[in-house]
Every structure is written in C-alpha cells, then in structure tokens.
Design a protein around this ligand. Structure first.
Ligand code: ZN
Ligand code: ZN
Length: 342
C-alpha cells in the first residue's frame, strides 16, 4: 500500500510499504476513507517527539471501512464503517475502567502514528478494535466524522468539560486553530454569556466568528478589560504557546478555571506570585475520546455544526501538499485539512 512515512526530523515521503495485517486477535484492519493532519504531526516533523521512530507511518485520526478483524473482535465485522479514535483503549486496565483511555496502561493510549503505524495510509491496523473504534452512521459526511477521531473530543473533554463552562459564563479561548474553534462551538451549547476568541491571525479570528464567537481579537482592548475588570469565568489555552498560558492566567477571574489544551513545545511560566490569592483551578489533560458517542449524537441531530473547520480537501496521494498547506495555516487560512480516498 501507499503511506506517509516519517524518516526523521524534517523528512516525510509518500512511500510504498507492506500492507498492515492482524498481529493480535483484538486487532482490526481498516481501509482509510478519510484522514487528516494534526498539529502534533508537525511537532513530530520538527523532532519534538523523539519516541516517534524513523519508518513510522504518521496520522492518528481516520474514518474508514473494516476489512479484516481478529478472532477476539466481537463488535465489528468487515464492511462496517467506523471512526478510528486517536486514542486506543485496552478496555481492561485501571485507567480504562475509569474511562481515562488516554492513560491506558495495557498497550493503548495514543499509539497510532506515534508508537505504531498510523492512519495517513491506505490501510491501518487498529489495536483493541472493539474499544478503539465507533460505528459510523451512514448520513454523516466523512469530513465531519473525521473530526470525531480527536478534534471534537479534545475540545470538549480537555477544554469545555475540564473548564466547567456553564450558563452565563464569560469564556475566553486563546488560540483559534481547529481545536480552539471547536471549543468555541461546543462552549456555545452551554449558553455562556459570551465567548471571546483570541488569536494573532486575522483569518482565524474571522473563522472564530463563523464558529459562533461573540467577539474575536488579537490580544487588545477586550483582554485588557478582563485584566483590569472582573476577569473571565473560564479561559481555555488552545494556542500551545507559553505566552498564551500567561495571558490565560491574567484574564481569569478569582475562582475561575483555566483549561489547558495546547501542547507547548517550550516551558511556560506559572506566576504563582500573583495567582496564589485568586483561587484559580488549572486543569491539563490528554484526550480520552470517551465523549465520542455523545458528540456523534450532537452532530447527527444537527445540534453542533463543525463543517467550517475543514477548509481544504485533498486526495490521499496528495498528503505532502496537505502538510504544506496545513503547516502554513495562519497565512493560508487552512484549519483542518481532509485527505480522502479518491
Ligand atoms: Zn492529534
Ligand atoms: Zn487500558
């Protein structure tokens, strides 16, 4: 098959590799119908994740058709359309029993496109397939469905739920990339007083308004008013920049929540000298994808609209072009790029 192979920092190519096969009785093999590129893939490409070895097929989000299942897979059969979660779950360890699949100690967690071959390929082997996939209803567009593999659960679980967004809240989302924008859309389901998006890119600020932000700005007047005034009830850090985290700590109100989603490549400063008196709760987290069925229901019944998040669609064999466009998102206006089997 053809697959996007990582060859070390700065080097990826669209190669011919051996087709994946069932290696464990709990595996399934899925023919990829749609996949995407994640900001984490760009971190890998920059060499920020040394555990990713040269020769690994990248990608950890997909939807597709099951073509083969191991003998211990009971809930899937060839022909089923599925969402392949970015997080695999053994289903039996303590974290899995607590639905913290991202922390799975039985061989799951984030392994696809990280420790094992991933989804930017014609086929992918999915470990613990019963616990790591979700059946896809026929009417859902693939470009929406692929967002259920990681983007939407991350925005909900790590941003909105950890931040405890509630009715009447002022919510600030710092960083209007795909996950930040999904956070804006999901936060709106909770009847906040207002949602303010902050980013440095004009294109992304426009996208934030399209996704339902009441206001969007480069850090300026509104953020200054929060610094000097009552502050925001919930501030979600989705930029991955240490400066974004500092902004969050200044914009939050006393007793408020800071929910950190972004993955900083550099250390961020925690200003305890000014925060200690504010009763602030700071949460971090890796997505568990435990909320995927709930989010799937919201999409199916039209309660959540996320189509504007996919700005570019490519054939799977143009994955290198997709990386190029996605990596210049702040200027190209690219948010999420979808790669489709032609
Ligand atoms: Zn990702
Ligand atoms: Zn587990």
């Amino acid at each position: 098959m053809r697959a996007l192979v990582y060859h070390g920092p700065g080097r990826i190519s669209w190669d011919t590799v051996t087709d994946p096969a069932i290696e464990d009785p709990a595996d399934a093999v899925v023919r990829v119908g749609a996949t995407t590129v994640c900001g984490t893939d760009l971190h890998i490409l920059r060499g920020d994740l040394p555990e990713v070895k040269a020769g690994t097929v990248l990608g950890h989000e997909a939807v597709g058709e099951v073509v083969e299942v191991g003998r211990d897979v009971h809930h899937l059969r060839p022909g089923n359309q599925v969402i392949v979660s970015s997080v695999s779950a053994c289903g039996h360890c303590r974290p899995c029993h607590d639905r913290m699949f991202g922390q799975c100690r039985g061989g799951g967690g984030w392994v696809l496109g990280n420790l094992i071959d991933g989804t930017q390929a014609e086929f992918v082997r999915v470990p613990f397939a019963d616990h790591s996939t979700h059946r896809l209803p026929p009417a859902l567009p693939l470009d929406d469905a692929v967002l259920l593999a990681e983007v939407l659960p991350t925005a909900y679980e790590v941003g909105v739920r950890n931040g405890e967004v509630g009715p009447g809240d002022t919510v600030v989302v710092v960083g209007a990339g795909p996950v930040g924008l999904a956070t804006v859309a999901i936060a709106r389901l909770y009847s906040p007083r207002r949602v303010i998006a902050v980013d440095l890119s004009a294109a992304r600020l426009e996208a934030a308004v399209r996704m339902g932000a009441d206001a969007a700005e480069v850090p300026g007047r509104m953020i200054a008013e929060l610094y000097d005034g009552p502050g925001a009830d919930v501030v979600v850090e989705a930029s991955g920049e240490p400066e974004g985290f500092v902004l969050c700590t200044r914009a939050v109100r006393a007793g408020g929540h800071i929910a950190v989603i972004g993955t900083p490549g550099r250390p961020a400063t925690l200003h305890l000298e000014s925060l200690w008196r504010k009763n602030v709760t700071i949460s971090t987290g890796q997505v568990d994808t435990s909320s995927t069925p709930w989010l799937l229901g919201l999409l199916r019944f039209g309660r959540l609209r996320v189509s504007p998040l996919v700005t570019h669609t490519f054939g799977l064999d143009r994955v290198l072009d997709a990386y190029e466009v996605f990596s210049h998102g702040a200027t190209s206006g690219a948010l999420k790029v979808a790669l489709r089997r032609e």
